[in-house]
Design a protein around this ligand. Structure first.
Ligand SMILES: [Ca+2]
Length: 336
C-alpha cells in the first residue's frame, strides 16, 4: 500500500516539473512586471538632511497689554516678582482683561495651554480666572481659587476648553480675565504675575497616494513602458512646506529570478530601472528612482497642495524566466 502511494505521487511530481520548465521557456521573452506604490510620512526630525530637529517645546509668555479699570497697577501682572496688581474683592468685583501674549506658533500643533497666576489675599478671598481665544467673544469656564495669605503659584489648564490653534493664541485673540470674589466680607487680592504657558510641537507631514499599485502587464526586453506623468496622486495635507523623495525599498525586484534594480536606471541582463516624473513630460525632468540616496521628486512643495507623478520602467536587456516581478516604490515627505 505504501509503495503504491509513493509511486503514484512521484509521477505527479515529475509531470509538474516538466510543465514548469515548458512555461519558463515560452514566457522567457514576455512577462508581467508590477510595482506597488507606498508612501510614508516623513519624520520632521531628519537632522542630517533637513536641518535641526524640532521637538515638543513649551513657551511661557507674559501679557503686554490689559483693559479694564478695576485692578490697581494692572501692568504689575506682566512680570514675576516686584509689585503686584491689587484689587478689593466684591461679589464679584469688576475685572481686567490681559492680552497680547505674543505667541507666534504658525505651523505647530498646540498640545497644552495653561494660565499661571501667582496670587495671595489679605483676607480669605477668591480669585477667578477665565480665558478667551477669540478676542473676548467666547470665554472658557471660570476657575475659582481660594487664596491664602502667602503668594502661591496656581495653574489653570485650559487645553480642553477649545480646540487650540496657533491663531487662537495670537495677539488680539488670546485674553485672560481676572476678578476677585469675596468670601464673607471684602478683602484684598494681589496678583503678581499672569503668564500663559503653551506646549507645542512641530506638525508632521501627512501624505497619501492613490492608486497604490500599477501593473505594467507583460513586458518585453529592452522596453520602456510607462504610466502617464499624472497617474499617481499624492494627497498632501501637510501643514508645512515639504520636500518629497522617491525611492524603491529593496535593491532587487522579487519573483522568480530576481532583477537587480539599477540606481542609474541603466538596464542590463536581469537588471531594471525606474524613473519618475512629476506631472510633466517624459524625458524632461525625469528623476531616477533609486534605492540609496533617494532623489527629490517634489521640492518645496506648498502646504496642503496635492501633486501627481508617473513611473517609467526600463526593462532588462534580457531576462530568463516568466515569473512576475515586483518592487515597492516609496514617496517620503519631510518638512522642508
Ligand atoms: Ca509682579
Amino acid at each position: 500500500m505504501l509503495a503504491k502511494w509513493t509511486k503514484k505521487n512521484l509521477k505527479k511530481l515529475v509531470a509538474i516539473g516538466i510543465t514548469a520548465i515548458i512555461l519558463g521557456t515560452i514566457l522567457a521573452v514576455v512577462l508581467p512586471a508590477r510595482v506597488a506604490i507606498q508612501t510614508s510620512e516623513g519624520v520632521v526630525s531628519i537632522g542630517v538632511k533637513w536641518g535641526t530637529p524640532v521637538y515638543a517645546a513649551a513657551g511661557t509668555n507674559s501679557p503686554t497689554t490689559n483693559t479694564g479699570t478695576v485692578w490697581t497697577n494692572p501692568t504689575q501682572a506682566y512680570t514675576d516678582g516686584g509689585t503686584a496688581a491689587t484689587i478689593t474683592s466684591a461679589k464679584p468685583s469688576g475685572n481686567n482683561v490681559w492680552g497680547t501674549y505674543g505667541f507666534s506658533l504658525a505651523g505647530y500643533t498646540i498640545t497644552q495651554v495653561r494660565v499661571r497666576y501667582d496670587a495671595l489675599t489679605g483676607g480669605n478671598e477668591q480669585i477667578r480666572i477665565d480665558v478667551s481665544w477669540d478676542g473676548g467673544t467666547t470665554w472658557s469656564a471660570q476657575q475659582v481659587t481660594a487664596l491664602s495669605g502667602t503668594e502661591t503659584t496656581y495653574w489653570y489648564d485650559v487645553t480642553a476648553e477649545t480646540a487650540w490653534t496657533p491663531a487662537k493664541l495670537a495677539n488680539g485673540q488670546l485674553q485672560v480675565r481676572a476678578d476677585a470674589y469675596s468670601v464673607g466680607g471684602a478683602g484684598s487680592v494681589s496678583l503678581d504675575w499672569l503668564p500663559v504657558e503653551v506646549t507645542y510641537e512641530a506638525a508632521a507631514p501627512a501624505i497619501t497616494v492613490s492608486p497604490t499599485t500599477y501593473n505594467f502587464g507583460v513586458v518585453t526586453e529592452s522596453s520602456t513602458p510607462s504610466t502617464t506623468t499624472s497617474y499617481f496622486t499624492i494627497t498632501n495635507t501637510s501643514t508645512m512646506i515639504t520636500n518629497n523623495t522617491v525611492s524603491v525599498t529593496t535593491t532587487a525586484w522579487s519573483g522568480g529570478v530576481t532583477w537587480t534594480h539599477s540606481d542609474t536606471a541603466t538596464p542590463g541582463a536581469n537588471t531594471a530601472g525606474l524613473k519618475a516624473n512629476k506631472n510633466g513630460t517624459w524625458g524632461t525632468g525625469d528623476v531616477v528612482v533609486k534605492y540609496t540616496s533617494p532623489n527629490v521628486l517634489a521640492a518645496s512643495q506648498p502646504a496642503n497642495t496635492n501633486w501627481n507623478f508617473g513611473l517609467k520602467l526600463w526593462t532588462p536587456t534580457s531576462f530568463t524566466d516568466g515569473v512576475q516581478k515586483q518592487i515597492v516604490v516609496r514617496v517620503t515627505a519631510a518638512s522642508g
